[in-house]
Design a binder for this molecule. Sequence first.
Ligand SMILES: Cc1cc2nc3c(=O)[nH]c(=O)nc-3n(C[C@H](O)[C@H](O)[C@H](O)COP(=O)(O)OP(=O)(O)OC[C@H]3O[C@@H](n4cnc5c(N)ncnc54)[C@H](O)[C@@H]3O)c2cc1C
Length: 383
Amino acid sequence: MSGLLIVGSGHAGLTLAREWRKRDPDTALTIITADDGAAYYKPNLSKSLAGGKSADDLVTASAEDLAATHQATLRARTRVVALHPQHKQVELEDGERLDYRDLVLAHGARCRELPLAGDAAGDVLHVNDRLDYARFRDALPAGGHVLLIGAGLIGSEYANDLLASGHRVTLVDPLAWPLGTLLPQALGEDLQAALAEAGAGFHLGRSVRAVHREGAGLAAELDDGTRIAADVVLSAVGLQPNVDLARAAGLDCGRGIRTDTQLQTSAAHIYALGDVAEVCGHVLPYILPITSSARALAATLAGEPTPVNWPAMPVIVKTPLLPTIVCPPPAGAAGAWQVEGDAQGRIARFVGEDGSQLGFALTGSAVRERGRLAGETQAPQLG
Ligand SMILES: Cc1cc2nc3c(=O)[nH]c(=O)nc-3n(C[C@H](O)[C@H](O)[C@H](O)COP(=O)(O)OP(=O)(O)OC[C@H]3O[C@@H](n4cnc5c(N)ncnc54)[C@H](O)[C@@H]3O)c2cc1C
């Protein structure tokens, strides 16, 4: 049966399925996914420890329910291992080949692996899906100590969630303040102070070079030789798009699978969406751009060519200890931060060389200015 085939049942794949079905109730839809196919809201993975939520508590719909809702064939625990664009087919692990009319690659990103030494390097955990979360939660002793590698968005959110759920936390990051690539110094230091006041320890300007077994637990060894004992080591050093399938099939890839404004890859009838995609040079692994892209792609696939049109899309950082919102400037944009306010609330604007506002960040009481700042910010340039 040849119709629309979606690889991946994350936010990208499922939002596209829903939006496309609204426009095309008849054409066959197949969703292939490596996981169990259950729907959940991924941002909840870094805010659910405090609420005592298990991985199963996060499920919002089963694979069976989703298949019925979207009138789809949903094949869970099934991995696509090769693309054959010249035959308009994908290949599964058991060698089976499936035809498509149009193929959407929405198979996400994976956690970056650090080259760590030590006999417990393999025990380092990361969280990028519900099963990772289950593994992490199971490994956490009540009141235990977690060493977080990375004080970026996910690391800082986990620090807040772990502290709120009665755990001890130490963060290690090579940058000088948390969210060092997203926040200017003053706002990053405010966030550090808020987390530290709640009990977090920081080793900034440092990296972890090895993880060892020590007694019943672990010990992280930093690049200056410091050893930090911990019950669990969680790595939160960022994601890398899963480009291997596409690259092996000859599709143009950079950081992600490269697409034009209509999410069309370099191969006919193949589109990329979500964390896996690099849209006109932008990799935006966040919910709002994915939702908006899925709507545009649904229209395109239903015969109404529609370019992606992203407004400025702020991301709420889930650190209630210091409410924080970031709308990062495009990667590599030339310009400088201009910061106003104090530790109670700061507004930071990233101003480009031509004077236009390319991004912003807000903390504390200033988060209520989100709408105004988003309106002042230039949308990412596409195409
Ligand atoms: C802890 C955490 C917190 C976050 N918090 C926020 C937030 O607060 N706000 C925000 O905007 N964003 C947040 N994000 C980012 C956001 O959740 C992601 O950008 C988004 O969920 C990615 O969706 P996706 O569908 O592109 O990828 P994924 O959700 O990774 O889905 C990929 C799918 O592809 C499947 N797959 C992979 N390989 C194959 C294969 N070979 N064959 C078949 N199937 C395959 C997987 O099983 C999965 O179903 C967070 C991310 C994390 C990890």
